[in-house]
Design a protein around this ligand. Structure first.
Ligand code: NOJ
Length: 549
């Protein structure tokens, strides 16, 4: 590391002073999935050096911040969401010096940096879990996790019927035929921590402090609705519990106690200069439940998974936009809009794939970036990348594939490395001439590379660049004005922001005629102005500037 940590905070302050306060209220935040973004050392796996070399790309794209998924020391049982040491960088991703340099270089370009924090569980290789396994039942070391005796005559049955999000039981016995069971809501390599234990709480405050001192601008909180479990550990009494996630109350998610922790974290964030933030990854049943994470003394933002899950259909989209805005109003938190991430099928494919899926995805981007609040872009969204649906079985790495007994292929299809340039895999990712990337890249991506799209004014990359530039320039966008719905024919959404801006989206599969609201600033597909009407092709969105009366 090039300078002592004590200098970081003052450097951070300089960066913060360059941009407005409360930057997060309308920031566009770009999600970097480390393993797949850019490969700096040519081993076929993305890393911190790769991200550093691509910071100018992110800067010219026009985003405000990047969120980097876990790069901490990890055996990678769940792509880094199984952390063995929260204060160390995994050697496959680089060093502490690399993250330190990355944060400074990003700040110099005016980009904020958010990192992941994984508090619900550690890796089974974490020093605490090894210590727990070596200790006796009832010991202090075991109390940091959720160890319980089994049921049945010989303790051979799990303590209750809870299921892992990745499939199978949420409990694993410490030895095949004996000993206690431990809880893991995800993979067995991800034992759940006991958040009733004071040492656990203190340790995470210390970890957050470590990264805040290094200069990060905030944390994306993994499984923010997790951590506390109903102490009764009672049976749920039904299987298929994963299907209830985000729609019904479960005894291990969204419990009141978790909010005390966020109050502590908020006080810590506020004690640092420069508007540091917390972002909740919380799958909860309603906008009202989500708002609880965003009360003035808790976290700043939460991912809007109800928006992500909505079909590309005017009625469904309008409903979720209204519910979002109404749900957040009482806590005065900004909405967030997100279409994809490293856990879900890419939206080009969700929206139907092929030319139609891409047209809808482009329109969805203009819609998302015109809505009030903050927006998240998942790496590759700006290239219109589809899900890779034909990865061979033998390359699949997501634990869901094994845990589901090979019935769920898991999330690898949205995690394929980013194509940067060239005519064939690895498209500028990994060592030149070697197609050995951690997941194989489809040869058909030759037309989707950054290089191929950069000079094409009609490309998806150019659309994102223009939209992001306009979003900064137009006084009505971001978080600066509220949204006002205008009359729209069936299948269309039309809304105004402020007095000078209208966004119209045609989600139907036929062209529509709309009033000509003003000059067309940007369109995701074919638009015409005919006889004073705006003719919007199927699956197309447009931004218009409206002349002042
Ligand atoms: C949510 C993360 O986004 C996902 O990738 C991970 O598998 C789980 N949390 C468990 O940490």
């Amino acid at each position: 590391m090039e300078a002592p940590l004590t200098l970081r905070q003052s450097r951070h302050l300089e960066a913060a002073e360059r941009t407005a306060d409360r930057w997060w209220r309308d920031a566009v935040i770009y999600q970097v999935y480390v393993r797949s973004f850019a490969d700096g050392n040519g081993d076929g796996v993305g890393d911190l050096l790769g991200i550093r070399t691509r910071l100018p790309y992110l800067h010219s794209l026009g985003v405000d911040a990047l969120w980097i998924t876990p790069f901490y020391e990890s055996p990678m049982a769940d792509g880094g969401y199984d952390v063995a040491d929260y204060r160390a960088v995994d050697p496959s991703f680089g060093t502490l010096g690399d993250i330190d340099a990355l944060v400074r270089e990003a700040h110099a370009l005016g980009l904020r940096v958010i990192v992941d924090i994984v508090p619900n569980h550690t890796s089974d290789r974490h020093a605490w879990f090894r210590e727990a396994l070596a200790a006796e039942p009832g010991s202090a070391a075991r109390d940091r996790y959720m160890f319980r005796p089994g049921r049945g005559t010989d303790g051979e049955l799990p303590p209750n019927d809870w299921e892992s999000v990745f499939g199978g039981a949420a409990w694993t016995r410490e030895r095949p035929d004996s000993g206690e069971w431990y809880l893991h809501l995800f993979a067995p390599e991800q034992p759940d921590l006991n958040w009733h234990n004071a040492e656990v709480r203190a340790e995470f405050l210390d970890i957050l402090t470590f990264w805040l001192r290094l200069g990060v601008d905030g944390f994306r909180v993994d499984v923010a609705h997790g951590m506390f479990k109903d102490p009764a550990l009672a049976d749920i009494g039904r299987s298929g519990q994963i299907a209830l996630l985000g729609s019904e109350a479960l005894p291990y998610f969204d419990r009141d106690e978790v909010h005390e922790v966020y109050r502590e974290w908020r006080a810590l964030l506020d004690s640092f200069d420069g508007d540091r933030i917390g972002v909740a990854e919380a799958w909860v049943p309603s906008a009202e439940r989500l708002a609880r994470y965003l009360r003035g003394d808790e976290l700043h933002q939460a991912f809007n998974f109800h928006y992500l899950s909505a079909d590309f259909e005017a009625g469904a989209l309008r409903e979720v936009v209204d519910a979002t805005v109404a749900g957040l109003a009482p806590v005065d938190a900004p909405a967030t809009w997100v279409l994809s991430n490293h856990d879900v099928t890419r939206h080009v494919t969700r929206y139907g794939g092929g030319a139609l899926g891409l047209a809808r995805a482009r329109a969805a981007a203009l819609l998302m970036l015109a809505l009030p609040g903050s927006a998240y872009i998942y790496q590759g969204d700006e290239l219109g990348l589809p899900e890779v649906t034909d990865l061979p079985d033998e390359v699949l790495q997501d634990p869901q594939w094994e845990r589901s007994g090979h019935t769920e292929r898991g999330r690898d299809g949205c995690r394929v490395p980013i194509p940067w340039g060239g005519q064939e895999p690895p498209f500028g990712f990994g060592a030149p001439g070697s197609s050995d990337t951690w997941l194989p890249m489809p040869a058909s991506w030759r037309d989707l590379t950054v290089e191929a799209q950069a000079g094409d004014p009609d490309s998806t990359l150019s659309l994102y660049r223009r939209a992001l530039r306009l979003r900064r320039e137009l006084a009505a966008l971001g978080d600066r004005t509220t949204l006002r719905w205008l009359d729209a024919p069936e299948g269309c959404l039309v809304f105004a922001r402020g007095t000078g801006f209208v966004c119209a989206v045609n989600t139907s599969d036929a062209a529509v005629r709309l009033p000509a609201y003003g000059d067309v600033l940007l369109a995701s597909g074919p638009v015409d102005v005919e006889d004073g009407a705006l003719v919007l092709a199927a699956a197309t969105a447009v931004w218009c500037s409206v002349p002042h009366p």
